[in-house]
Design a binder for this molecule. Structure first.
Ligand code: AMP
Ligand code: ZN
Length: 468
């Protein structure tokens, strides 16, 4: 199995540190809002990497954090007049719902930055002791970037170029030794959450959080560290500097980064208004379609999101699902139990598609080619099975399709969709029941719709509904 390593800018053979085991850390979202479809990309692609590793027989320890202390969280809390913790807990819960709807498996551990402050204080102290960090008068602690000789090795940046880029930037902390130095700990501002430390009452910088959580749950050395490509610099570069300076060991062997998701060929941003949350997309589409859409491109390529492409993904996924449904239908009505000799040949022939799938995935998780192999399997199966096929063959073929789709995290069963017309009819019936004071029936209809994910709202203009 080959993986592209940002560190070496090459595809490398994957050799785990410990035989049969994979230690993997994926930087998680900052929780101050519902996640957007850009955040969903690393979740889906690295969940697929994990699933493939598990399929290959590795025991995967998968850690992904929630950044639950951050300027944006504090700002939102102040706007709403609630605590930062209330904001982060609310959006962690919402994020977990979105992950489940996209069939992203929960991590082995989902650490929260605010619960790991002790470890951060320890690592910062150790960096100060080793001369890699220093506190200044106001209690800020900085990392002494130039002291870490390999700084820049991940992002392939040169320190002097970086320094030149920094020349015009005013150094905020007056006593910062070098403009390249970055914050490990910073003093609280009025009304902000804080923790006690020997330097000041304050909170950690963002980079130290991941170095500490990775060390605690996976150890000093890990196999894979991953995230979106925007994290290469400075976040991951700084994580390497902190961890390697503190532990004296290589931090992560392979660095994997996903490309960005754009909307209508433009960068997704709130100011451009071309911004979709996973929740919004889920109101229109089964989120399995979003997952399928994400996997139809290579994870390192930029990916464009548009309605047309989602419609195309919907049709493609339906082709696979219809193939599977056909097998189930034939199986229910099949007369013959055991495979015939000819059917054994058909079954053997499908090995070819599994090999194709594995070859694609072994080549840096090429899910696009993996999906093509699934299509080839479906196409072949569609031409080879019919009413006289045996139960054994039909079942084996179905299980094979399911196995490949499971690796991609794609659920073969279609989500039962309720049509708009059916909803409208039920709402009319509910209105009529209420007029007749038959409130039991009216409530029953509300419950029925809720079960299908339809939420009703009684407004002055009448009843409104939406898909939850
Ligand atoms: P954040 O909450 O901004 O720290 O982002 C969480 C994860 O989502 C990180 O791995 C980011 O690199 C990734 N991410 C954010 N925006 C996008 C995007 N438009 N496309 C792909 N990945 C993204
Ligand atoms: Zn991180």
């Amino acid at each position: 199995m080959k993986v592209y390593n940002t560190l070496s800018r090459q595809k490398e053979e994957f050799i785990p540190l410990e035989e049969g085991k994979v230690k993997m850390y994926v930087c998680g979202p900052t929780v101050y809002n519902l996640i957007h479809i850009g955040n969903a990309r690393p979740m889906i692609v690295f969940d697929t990497v994990r699933r493939y590793m598990e399929y290959k027989g590795y025991e995967v320890n998968f850690v992904s954090n929630f950044t639950d202390v951050d300027d944006k969280i504090i700002k939102k809390a102040m706007e709403e007049g609630v605590s930062a913790q209330e904001i982060s807990q609310r959006y962690i819960a919402e994020c977990k719902k979105d992950m489940a709807a996209m069939n992203v498996k929960p991590a082995t551990t989902h650490p929260l930055a605010t619960e790991e402050i002790g470890g951060m204080l320890e690592m910062i102290s150790s960096l100060i002791e080793k001369g890699y960090a220093y506190p200044v008068a106001d209690g800020t602690v900085y990392f002494r970037t130039r002291k870490f000789k390999e700084y820049g090795k991940l992002s392939h940046k040169n320190l002097d170029d970086l320094q030149a880029g920094h020349r015009d930037i005013k150094v905020t902390g007056e006593e910062k030794e070098d403009s390249l130095d970055f914050v490990l700990w910073k003093p609280k501002k009025e009304g902000e959450p804080f923790w006690e430390s020997e330097w000041c009452q304050g909170r950690p910088g963002w980079h130290i959080e991941c170095s500490v959580m990775s060390k605690k749950y996976l150890g000093d050395e890990i196999d894979i560290h991953a995230g979106g490509e925007d994290l290469i610099f400075p976040h991951h570069e700084n994580e390497i500097a902190q961890s390697e300076a503190c532990n004296g060991r290589m931090f992560a062997k392979y660095w994997l980064h996903n490309g960005f998701l754009n909307i209508d060929h433009k960068k997704m941003s709130k100011s451009l208004g071309n911004f979709f949350t996973v929740r919004e997309i889920g109101e229109k589409y089964d989120l399995q379609i979003l997952r399928f859409f994400m996997l139809s491109a290579h994870y390192r390529s930029p990916l464009n999101f548009s309605e047309e492409l989602m419609e195309a993904a919907k049709n493609s996924l339906n082709r696979i699902r219809n193939g599977a449904e056909n097998l189930q239908h034939l199986w229910k009505n099949a007369k013959q139990e055991q495979m015939t000799e000819q059917e054994t040949e058909i079954w053997r022939h499908t090995d070819e598609f599994v090999t194709k799938f594995e070859t694609a995935m072994d080549d840096d998780f090429n899910t696009a080619d993996g999906i093509s192999a699934v299509f080839e399997l479906v196409k072949y199966v569609n031409t080879e099975v019919n009413e006289s096929s045996s139960k054994e063959l039909l079942d084996k073929l179905y299980q094979r399709m399911k196995l490949l789709c499971d690796i991609l995290g794609i659920i073969l069963e279609k989500k039962e969709e309720i049509l708009d017309e059916e909803i409208e009819n039920l709402i009319s019936e509910r209105q009529a029941a209420r007029k007749e004071k038959n409130f039991a029936r009216a409530d029953e209809i509300r419950g029925l719709l809720l079960e299908k994910g339809i939420v009703l709202e009684d407004t002055r203009e009448g009843v409104k509904w939406k898909r939850a």
